[in-house]
Write a protein that binds this ligand. Sequence first.
Ligand code: DC
Length: 226
Amino acid sequence: MSPSPSVPVLTIDGPSGSGKGTVSRLVAERLGWRLLDSGALYRAVGYAAGAEGLDLSDTEAVTRCARETRIRFQAVADGSDTRVLVNGHDATDELRTETAGAAASAIASIPSVRQALVDMQLAFRKAPGLVADGRDMGTVIFPDAPYKVFLTASAAERAQRRYKQLKEKGLSVTLGTLKREIEARDARDASRTVAPLKPAADAVFIDTTGMGIDDVVAKVLAVVQS
Ligand code: DC
């Protein structure tokens, strides 16, 4: 149960490439609320485990790593970006890669790893409010959130968006590979037994296929303002 139930939370869950990250950041800015990028926590643990040379299927070692890894979000001075420090090292760029995403997805299926990250996520709930971006924000971490959204889009469109993002960062990828990776990750995230990716029963479902970001932001803000 959340320690601060009076602080409003807007949960934004959905598969990767659904636009969650950008939408969550813009909505948090508009509302003046804090932002929890829970995917970054899983990416940070996957990254730390890799840096230690751990076998990602070694449940005990990865769980210890999840408990011990120090993760800090640090806004850059002009407010344009947030850096993620993992055990004191700025790992932001490494965390955004597909390799980090796949490692995150693998360790995220270990129940004790998810448990190790619960308190850290609950601690983000501070006034005046929180926008929580992830897969299980509305179902597991903040089930009492007054506002819940589930964003999705077709796999083809999500691959296209991700392709554009990675190209802009100068990373070399192919669209076909990305689409296959996205589908494989969706299947793993949706089929795991603990906190699978699924909409909360009381979430507003928004299919963003063919929608511009401003329209999605407006729809999500309408959920809070209604
Ligand atoms: O949102 P993202 O792509 O940064 O998430 C990376 C991986 O972490 C994703 O494949 C599934 C996992 N994840 C999770 O299991 N639960 C969350 N709340 C957020 C992410």
